[in-house]
Design a protein around this ligand. Structure first.
Ligand code: SF4
Length: 338
């Protein structure tokens, strides 16, 4: 009998996050869908306001001021995270699902020693005795390449550099060997040399520990270096999704194409997302049809009124654009007639 394909570690279906607006709701995430296999890395890229940080928080069901998850499913290890209690979710967070946020100063408690903060997770979730949890804290500091962990473990966050604080955030995230790590712009607050070291560390830790990684970033260079697959977000929707090499080499969606075309060098993908003309839409006043149509150089009449479907443009490569839908139609008709 042929082996059954393994289900993905994470399956997100039609995820919707919105905020109250008068008598209705405005969508910040609008029908987000993707899957992530165990041990794989998905980069989520988009301009500010595209919804990528909202997605990161929603995946871990972290509270977000004024926002609520109003639809869809987040199936992790076969369990829909939107159908379990907050107590069950708390048990998963820090154990099976971990997060690293942009600014470790906000995620670390300034009043507690580093060791206390790392040891807390295994003490709470695994009921590890204090001495063993502190020993694990020292080992994790060594794993994230902090020199002299015996001494560092007793220090407070303000005694560490920004790069070291972000490594400590990584050690906390790994304290209970998660299967999914969600990192929201983890290198933004670091200088470029430290950024490269930190990303290399993340990849090395992933190889050793085997977790899947959702990496939120506005930097296509980071996506090219670190991610197997990339999801390009615009106005709360994934508009292109595929293998990183494929998307960066042959972007199908005009938004991705515009981002690529505006990069400073054709030879290499590097740096933050460039500015493209126009502004991302206000979620309270989204344009009709394709949300990108006011900025799209290839806009067609139907783009202003009809929402484009997700279209398969290559192996495991999707694009939400009417151009791709129209190009796919003759091919599908030809296939049907053979
Ligand atoms: Fe541009 Fe139309 Fe495609 Fe939207 S659907 S990206 S407006 S061509």
């Amino acid at each position: 009998m042929a082996a059954q394909p393994r289900p993905p570690l994470l399956q997100v279906e039609d995820l919707e996050v919105s905020f109250a607006l008068g008598r209705g709701r405005a969508r910040v995430l609008d029908g987000v869908r993707f899957t992530l296999d165990a041990g794989a890395t998905l980069g989520v890229v988009g301009e500010s306001g595209s919804g990528k940080s909202t997605l990161a928080a929603a995946l871990a069901r972290l509270p977000q001021a004024g926002l609520a998850i109003t639809g869809g499913r987040i199936v992790f290890e076969g369990q829909d995270l939107l159908r379990i209690s907050e107590a069950q979710m708390r048990a998963l967070r820090g154990q099976r699902i971990a997060t690293i946020l942009q600014d470790p100063l906000h995620s670390l408690n300034p009043l507690l020693r580093i060791g206390t903060q790392i040891a807390e997770t295994p003490m709470v979730h695994e009921r590890l005795p204090r001495a063993q949890a502190w020993q694990r804290a020292r080992e994790l500091l060594a794993a994230v390449r902090i020199a002299n962990p015996e001494a560092r473990v007793r220090e407070y966050p303000h005694q560490l550099s920004g790069g070291m604080r972000q490594r400590v955030a990584g050690a906390i995230a790994l304290a209970c060997a998660p299967r999914l790590l969600i990192a929201d712009e983890p290198t933004t607050a670091l200088d470029p040399t430290v950024q490269v070291q930190y990303l290399q560390l993340l990849k090395d830790l992933q190889r050793t520990h085997g977790f899947a990684l959702v990496l939120i970033t506005h930097d296509l260079g980071i996506v090219a270096r670190v991610c197997d697959r990339v999801a390009v977000m615009y106005a709360g929707r994934i508009v292109e999704l595929g293998a990183t090499a494929q998307v960066l080499r042959a972007a199908a969606h005009p938004y991705t194409q515009a981002l690529m075309a505006s990069l400073p060098t054709a030879a290499g993908v590097a740096g933050s997302l460039p500015a493209i003309p126009g502004q991302p839409p206000d979620p309270a006043l989204p344009p009709g049809g394709c949300a990108f149509h006011p900025r799209c150089a290839q806009v067609m009449p139907r783009c202003r009124s009809e929402r484009p479907p997700d279209v398969t443009v290559g192996p495991a490569h999707l694009s939400a654009c009417w151009l791709n839908a129209e190009a796919a139609r003759p091919a599908a008709a030809a296939e049907r007639s053979t």
